[in-house]
Design a protein. Structure first.
Length: 496
């Protein structure tokens, strides 16, 4: 059974991280950067071409048609004028009209009120130069506008029309037309050119998208792969992004920073486990040893038994304090515990805490000097803030010098702030340790005698509580001269 259990556990232990890895791979399929870039480029190019094509068509059409209308109007008028002038005697009228058409590069037709073409004379088998429909349209336009001459857009042509009166009083109509064929051909070829340009643009978008996406995705793929290694616990990975623009450079910087922090946390966690197990083991060993002693040796001797039992009680107290601190800290760090907001009389709190240390003065020769201004209130969690004050005073007592002096000060800085500070005359803290002492389980290498029991979590609790309150705090220390720890409390009513 136990073998089975072992096997089952093994499989479980192996498959869990695998499952996790899969979970953090891709949950949903998303388009690749290459595809996105290609779509964006192509859409952009397509839109630009469309816009260009439409403007080109509209503008060209307007210009061309305006020009054609003006041209046909102008030429029509001139032809009309020439036809109204007396005909050179040698000239055949029909040839004359033909020449005019040729000279002005337009088609010239004369027809009568019935819409029958008079000139040029339709040849045998050929259809007339204009249809009845075209002739009727001109007549309609003339009567509609009630003018002697008109210019209008016909079917694929621009037309100038006018009424001509013969000397004999007969009425015929002049039909001068300029074909729009040229414009349509130009338009058609522009369409083909635009189509070719579109094709070319798509191919270009394809090429640019491949080049840009390759350039963009290479560092991203590299960073992804390195991040995976980091997630697996390889803290030697180095992220580069400098060659790929500011955004990737700052992403690489952020990841390098995360790697450093992770590696610190990892080291701290290992140290924490080592320290916690050591700190739990020592009192437990003591408890066991003294309990055995009571059982085997001192049981009958009340004096010794008392002494040994006291050791057991003290060690049990240490364990309780340690467990309480570890729990407090975990609860606060995990955010399970909220910080209460109530009015806290810091002056009274400091005095009350100092009174707890009075036995050190009477029994161990410590001198705790204090200067405390009255009525200094802040808003916060009274229990936690008292723990902060207790830890700081306790540390000063623990680490003060041979003169056993500790100075506690509480005074106003201005109308919004007051400062609590506690100074000892101990060996101080080395400069490179000033920032690390606030970390969980940090202990300086120096050995101290400790009248107040420390768990190695005191300053970590101080830091967590004060950060949660948003209060400023810090330490000033000179090696060989002592340290001053301080907290700046906002006056009640001034809290953020
Ligand atoms: P501990 O239980 O070890 O006192 P703390 O978290 O309270 O744990 O303090 C962490 C470390 O910071 C201590 O081990 C000590 O090295 C250093 N430290 C704290 N207070 C003082 C002080 N007043 N003077 C010198 N060193 C101090």
């Amino acid at each position: 059974m136990s073998k089975n259990q072992g096997e089952w556990k093994n499989t479980g232990a192996q498959s869990a991280p695998e499952n996790k890895k899969k979970r953090y791979r891709r949950k949903r399929k998303s388009a690749s950067i290459y595809f996105l870039l290609w779509t964006v480029f192509s859409a952009f190019a397509f839109l630009m071409l469309l816009l260009f094509g439409i403007t080109q068509y509209v503008v060209t059409a307007q210009v061309f048609k305006g020009e054609a209308a003006r041209d046909v109007g102008d030429k029509g008028q001139r032809i009309q004028k020439e036809l109204s002038a007396p005909l050179p005697s040698t000239e055949n009228f029909s040839i004359y009209v033909e020449r005019l058409a040729h000279r002005y590069d337009v088609s010239v037709v004369l027809f009568n009120a019935e819409g029958d073409v008079l000139l040029p004379k339709p040849q045998e088998g050929d259809s007339a130069a204009i249809t009845k429909k075209q002739a009727n349209k001109l007549l309609q336009e003339l009567s509609k506008r009630e003018e002697d001459s008109v210019v209008y857009e016909g079917d694929g042509e621009y037309v100038y029309g006018a009424e001509l009166k013969g000397i004999d009083g007969s009425v015929s109509y002049l039909y001068v037309a300029k074909s729009l064929e040229l414009f349509e051909t130009a338009n058609e070829s522009m369409g083909i050119r635009l189509l070719l340009a579109s094709l070319f643009t798509f191919v270009l978008a394809f090429a640019v998208a491949s080049a840009v996406s390759g350039w963009l995705t290479r560092p991203i793929a590299e960073i992804t792969q390195k991040s995976r290694r980091l997630a697996e616990g390889d803290f030697d990975v180095d992220f580069h992004g400098n060659d790929y623009g500011e955004e990737l450079a700052s992403l690489a910087d952020a990841l390098n920073f995360a790697r450093d922090e992770l590696s610190k946390t990892d080291a701290m966690q290992k140290e924490l486990i080592a320290n916690v197990s050591h700190d739990f083991k020592t009192p437990l060993t003591m408890i066991k040893a003294y309990a055995s002693m009571i059982k085997e040796i001192s049981g009958a001797n009340p004096e010794k038994r008392e002494k040994h039992a006291q050791v057991i009680i003290d060690e049990a107290d240490r364990l309780t304090a340690l467990v309480t601190d570890v729990l407090d800290l975990s609860k606060m760090r995990s955010g399970l515990e909220t910080i209460r907001k109530e009015s806290v009389d810091i002056s009274t709190a400091v005095e009350e805490i100092l009174s707890r240390f009075e036995y050190l003065e009477s029994e161990h020769g410590y001198i705790l000097e204090s200067h405390i201004e009255r009525e200094l209130y802040t808003v916060g969690d009274s229990v936690k803030l008292e723990q902060v004050l207790y830890n700081l005073i306790g540390n000063a007592v623990n680490y003060t010098g041979a003169d056993k002096k500790v100075f506690v000060n509480l005074c106003k800085i201005d109308d919004t702030l007051f400062r609590f500070s506690v100074t000892d005359t101990g060996e101080g803290i080395a400069e490179d340790e000033l920032s690390t002492i606030w970390d969980r389980y940090y202990r300086s290498s120096q050995a101290h005698k400790r009248p107040v029991k420390g768990t190695g979590l005191g300053l970590s609790i101080v830091k967590t509580v004060l950060q949660k309150h948003g209060f400023a705090f810090g330490v000033e220390s000179r090696q060989g001269e002592g340290s001053t720890f301080y907290v700046d409390f906002p006056m009640e009513g001034e809290n953020a």
